[in-house]
Design a protein around this ligand. Structure first.
Ligand code: NAP
Length: 309
């Protein structure tokens, strides 16, 4: 299948292009970007022009930041294209639901991807937790924003989400592996003076069976970086490390399921998109974004030291 890739920036170049090129399902047939392009691939700067000229391309994969992405997604669906969205699926929940409604009405595939759910050990963590009695879960997501987001001004703007840009990856894993739904009860958000998005967040959640659930996201971590989820149950303790790449049960390393032929988060996303398009399916779970929205609604705001690159 032909796919057009839109927004040729960091994630498009690092992950989408290699995953598409390595896939037997996909051909990268066009790019749309104001500045970026991919060697050997027809490049457009205007999205409407690409949609009009390239009626042969039925699938569009959108790698833009969340705020500008909505108009592109809506235009693609209205032009009859199947759409794959980078995470987070939108800057607001209302726009996500609007895209879902259009896709359903026009019988098009919409895939709101969560790449962290495709990390190696996430399915194993979900399987291990099924049927266990949860006592405590803590998410520790601490990284250096200067290292991972150099020069990305949009993450500090309204809708850019700040530290929730990586934090929502943790929430996408949490909502995937926990057998019971949780909801946010409180948050403390650190906004650098003069910035529109937080650099740090502490979150507390209610669990229907009374387990203690919390998360810390921090973008001020230099040195060692942590993307860890620890889950204590009555039957033992699970730790997901390195964003879901590794897992320990009671301190011992666990093995991934041996029958998983595809390796890597983005190859798995494109494999799922191919299946969705073939079967006319939709995969749009907005639950990680619900928690982020709730944190912005309920969170106590603290002003902290200005952030300068
Ligand atoms: P990025 O490199 O800053 O932006 C991607 C591209 O989007 C830019 O190169 C730009 O291309 C286009 N763009 C930016 N603002 C735009 C606007 N206002 N209107 C139209 N196009 C615009 O961002 P990224 O790191 O690739 O992240 C993009 C999305 O992927 C985000 O939602 C992010 O959460 C997600 N993601 C990122 C990572 C990562 O490691 N960076 C990992 C996983 C997921 P042109 O200027 O050429 O048009």
């Amino acid at each position: 299948m032909d796919v057009a890739l839109v927004g040729i920036g960091k994630i498009a170049v690092d992950q989408h292009v290699p995953a598409i090129n390595a896939s037997p399902d996909w051909t990268l047939s066009a790019t749309v970007s104001r500045h970026g392009s991919v060697e050997g691939v027809p490049a457009y700067t205007d999205f409407a022009e690409m949609l009009k000229e390239r009626v042969d391309i039925r699938v569009v994969s959108l790698c833009l930041p969340p705020v500008p992405r909505f108009e592109y997604a809506k235009a693609a669906l209205l032009a009859g294209r199947h759409v794959m969205l980078e995470k987070p699926p939108g800057a607001t929940l209302a726009e996500c639901h609007e895209l879902l409604a259009i896709a359903k009405e026009r019988r098009l595939s919409l895939y709101a991807t969560w790449h962290s759910r495709e990390a190696e050990m996430v399915p194993a963590a979900r399987a291990w937790l099924a049927g266990k009695t949860l006592k405590r879960m803590h998410v520790d997501w601490r990284e250096d924003v200067r290292r991972w987001h150099p020069g990305q001004e949009w993450i500090w703007e309204p809708g850019g989400m700040g530290v929730f840009d990586p934090g929502i990856n943790a929430l996408s894993i949490v909502t995937e592996i926990l057998p019971d739904p949780i909801h946010l009860t409180g948050a403390s958000l650190d906004f650098p003076e003069g910035r529109q998005a937080p650099i740090g967040a502490e979150l507390a959640f209610a669990h229907p069976k009374g387990a203690e659930v919390s998360a810390v996201f921090d973008w001020r971590k230099e040195g060692d970086q942590y993307w860890t989820i620890e889950v204590e149950t009555e039957e033992g303790t699970l730790r997901l490390l390195d964003g879901g790449a590794r897992m320990e049960i009671d301190g011992k390393p666990a093995e991934a399921a041996p029958d998983d032929a595809l390796s890597g988060e983005y190859p798995r996303l494109y494999d799922k998109m191919a299946a969705l398009v073939k079967e006319g399916g939709i995969d749009a779970d907005f639950s990680p974004l619900v928690h982020v929205a709730d944190a912005f609604m309920l969170g106590r705001r603290n002003t902290v030291a200005p952030f300068n690159e």
